[in-house]
Design a binder for this molecule. Sequence first.
Ligand code: ATP
Length: 345
Amino acid sequence: MPDRNVAVRLRGLRKSFGAVEAVAGVDLEITDGEFFAMLGPSGSGKTTVLRMIAGFESPTAGTVELGGRDVTRLAPFERDVNTVFQDYALFPHMSVLQNVEYGLRVKKVPKAERRERAVEALTAVRLPGFEARRPSQLSGGQRQRVALARALVNRPRVLLLDEPLGALDLKLREEMQVELKQIQRQVGVTFLFVTHDQEEALTMSDRVAVFDRGAIEQVGTPAEVYERPATPFVAEFVGTSNLIAGEAAKAVLGKEGTYSVRPEKLRLVLDVDAPVGGEEHSATGTIAEVVYAGASTRFVVDLDAGGRLIVLQQNLEVSSMEVTGLRGGRVRLVWNRRHEFAVVS
Ligand code: ATP
């Protein structure tokens, strides 16, 4: 019986290129309708996983299932997936409409239905009225949408996106993060995307898998991965790590191990002798660096017990002059104990 709820299931997936083990045993289940991110540094194997799901690469070991059906040995066109590539791969000599219709023409869908579905897909990506334009007459964000429409028109079960916003500048990328999410919600297709940008992964996804060296370190919602990193690698890669370890952990927290506290959870207190609440932990130190960034300021604090922590404070009532004047000063950092998490090496 095909499994209706699992869109993608990977079991023991491996891929070696000669001596390089690009994917070193990945098990993963993605539910129908999820917006799922594979996040990791360059070379961590996420694109290779995506290519094995699409069928462009065949695994050295393990299986790929789509909707409960084993597709490991099937060709790309036999799989119920479509891929949006980073460079969009639009045909420059075709109009927007012809580009979007292309997949349906190959499948010999009759002209009237082709037209209707292409216009529907262009409406879903909010590009109606652009049918006659050539890709060269579009902005980067609009090209991105055409590429999306061209994939969605085939009504795949799963849409694979390889660094979908990588070619856009920062402002457009932030706009498209919100748009992509809205489009996905509207069309209800499972989106599986690859990115090395942690903010992008946290903003758009329902769940994130964090990759390192060909394996998954942690899978969870953005809040779980960010607030409860399972390993030092995740703590480091997703956000600022802020680890308290070794002697510092013993001195400050009274326990052994490695712990993480996020920068925005730390409060900077200028009165070093101020009392600390029973629910709180604290550490004294010296401000080594102050980075003023308009809405907020980042402080780098060297702890007396060893190690350094980054503190992010909103500039509620202070000016840039006031905060930069704090460099070299003595401070106490205070945080609620429930915001410190053990991370496993
Ligand atoms: P990026 O974000 O840079 O694309 P990635 O996490 O997607 O990185 P992959 O592209 O999956 O990583 O590559 C994983 C490893 O496999 C890398 O060390 C890469 O050099 C290697 N690799 C990928 N494709 C091939 C190939 N066709 N031949 C040989 N080695 C490859």
